[in-house]
Design a protein around this ligand. Structure first.
Ligand code: NA7
Length: 546
């Protein structure tokens, strides 16, 4: 292509394209991104695999699925009218309520007219000649667009365990992420749950309420803490509503955009009595306070971490009657808070029920799934239902499932095989005109708070480009290297980096995900915003714009 041909293309490029922007995903971030891009007057299309909006809250309808974020910190903050009219029913809403909320948002802002459901994106290839992306759906339909925005979530690529014989099971079985819309009855049934992460803990607690007999297959126990959920009455909701400005302002100030802020004291600075009283208080309070509002050193100092872990271990021993079962439920290979802390509502007491059995599969590994149940090295169990609460190929998994190719056909999956490389977790060098809302190495945390910020940043960038006739936006290699180095540096000394979990990119069910990597930015959201805002203040000079 000659220079003048390129110039001609750049002068009148948009009309030849199907869309100005394609957004992948109609979850919390995709819905908001659509709303914002439409405000710019752009032609936007959202592609969504599901049959309705909601993302995480559309898919994860397993028994007990619920927020661990306070509901009133989780809703969108962008519309005063929405804040005025929506009443949260519970401090930590269950999946049905959240799904209703996101449907309400979609209806209120008439978002569905730009969302194409049952449309899984299989591939997205950048074309330099037209500075556009060709997006192909699984069913073969293709579209082109100037900008591609991924809003595909952090935990959306569910993974089944690699256990032989899964397909031979004759009863009902399901991964929690793909739970059916129809009600499943557990009454009188023999049920197995494999997996004890945040999802497994919620599922087990709910299933145990009605099950005939429940067997839990646990590979790694978790440091769970009480959720302390409660209903919200009308008056309390009005008080919350009157405080929204302060609530959102506080979320802006904290490390993870939650209302819980780290206590400035170090563990050894207080007396034993004071420490115990503080931890009792946190254990008795709702939400993530015990994880995010704890002493400042518990996630970096081994001694401090051992003390809080010991406090939690004592709680488990108090709550579980059989001492041997209690010991099996106490994590031994990682300290409190170094993996995502599941919040629970009576989880440990489940193991006091006579119809619940805990199987430690580190001791007696699962050998195979059979036609009638599960065979471990020690015994054969028969089940009517097997529930796989086995988690996700987290953070980069949803990207890996799409064949994303940038300049000269470079594959994103291959570029990231040794870990993500991004600029602010939003842009990738070599992948012009692609932006990620809540991509790897972006500021994470209380999801909508962080997602709103990222989508706003992306919107401002696209507006900037649009206003100036810029048709090509790319992170520079130096910028991406500097950000990646910064992300790695901020995680140094944090105890979680020494532990296998989805937060360190480990998924033993996925090829190539056996080595720990830095997948998240650990500098905290306020710092993340400082970095993002510096780029804007500098007129986006950190980017290559053309
Ligand atoms: P997690 O936290 O990744 O938990 C998955 C669980 O499944 C965990 O206990 C795993 O054990 C277990 N697992 C995975 N594969 C197997 C096999 N093959 N055999 C036995 N057990 C297995 O996912 P969740 O869905 O619970 O939570 C993900 C996030 O979603 C959560 O943190 C919230 O932020 C929302 P392991 O620990 O690997 O030994």
């Amino acid at each position: 292509m000659t220079g003048s041909q390129a110039a001609a293309l750049n002068e009148e490029p948009d009309s030849a394209l199907d869309f100005d922007a394609i957004v992948i995903g109609a979850g919390v971030s995709g819905l908001y991104q659509l709303y914002k891009l439409r405000e710019l007057g752009l032609r936007v299309r959202v592609f969504e695999t599901g049959t309705n909006v909601g993302g995480t809250w559309y898919w994860n309808r397993y028994p007990g699925a619920r927020f661990d974020s306070e509901s009133w910190t989780y809703g969108y903050s962008f519309s005063q009218e929405l804040l005025e009219e929506w009443d949260w029913e519970e401090h930590f809403a269950g999946q049905p309520e959240t799904e209703r909320y996101l449907n309400h948002v979609a209806d209120k802002f008439d978002l569905r007219r730009d969302i194409q459901f049952k449309s899984r994106v299989a591939a997205a290839h950048y074309r330099e000649e037209t500075r556009s992306w060709n997006v192909a759906l699984e069913d073969g339909r293709t579209y082109n667009t100037r900008f591609l925005v991924t809003a595909i979530g952090v935990l959306s690529a569910a993974t089944m365990p690699r256990i032989p014989g899964i397909e031979t099971f004759g009863g009902q079985s399901c991964h929690t992420h793909y739970w059916p819309k129809e009600r499943v009855s557990f009454a009188g049934k023999r049920v197995a749950v494999i997996g004890t992460g945040a999802t497994g803990v919620q599922t087990i607690t709910e299933v145990a309420k009605t099950v005939g007999h429940l067997t839990v297959f646990q590979r790694t126990p978790q440091w769970c803490a009480p959720l302390h959920n409660a209903k919200i009455g009308k008056e309390e909701m009005n008080r919350i509503r009157a405080n929204y400005t302060e609530i959102f302002a506080r979320c802006q100030e904290t490390y993870g955009c939650f209302i819980h802020a780290t206590d400035p004291r170090a563990t050894h600075e207080v007396s034993l009595e004071e420490r115990e009283a503080f931890w009792e208080k946190l254990y008795g309070e709702p939400g993530f306070g015990i994880w995010m509002g704890n002493f400042r050193d518990i996630l970096v100092d081994r001694k401090a971490n051992a003390l809080i872990s010991d406090f939690l271990a004592r709680k488990i021993r108090q709550r579980v009657r059989d001492p041997a079962v209690a010991e099996t439920l106490i994590p031994k290979n990682h300290g409190f808070g170094t993996r995502r802390v599941p919040l629970e509502s009576g989880y440990f007491e489940v193991y006091n029920q006579p119809n619940v059995k805990l199987v430690d599969i580190k001791e007696t590994p699962i050998e195979r799934i059979t036609a009638t149940g599960v065979k471990t090295s020690e015994a054969e169990y028969e089940f009517d239902i097997i529930i796989y609460a086995t988690g996700f190929d987290a953070i980069t998994g949803a990207f890996d499932r799409i064949d994303i190719r940038g300049v000269d056909g470079e594959s994103l999956k291959e570029k990231w095989q040794d870990g993500p490389q991004t600029f602010l977790g939003i842009l990738v060098d070599g992948f012009p005109n692609m932006a990620m809302v809540m991509g790897p190495h972006a500021g994470l945390g209380n999801f909508p708070r962080a997602a709103e910020y990222s989508a706003d940043w992306v919107t401002a960038l696209i507006r900037f480009a649009h206003d100036r006739g810029v048709t090509r936006i790319e992170a520079t290699e130096e910028g991406a290297t500097a950000w990646t180095d910064h992300v790695l540096a901020t995680s140094e000394g944090l105890l979680f980096t020494e532990v296998d979990s989805w937060m360190t990119g480990i998924n033993r069910n996925v090829e190539g995900k056996q080595v720990r990597r830095i997948m998240r930015y650990s500098g905290g959201h306020p710092k993340f915003r400082e970095h993002c805002e510096a780029v804007v203040a500098d007129g986006y000079r950190a980017l290559a714009l053309a």
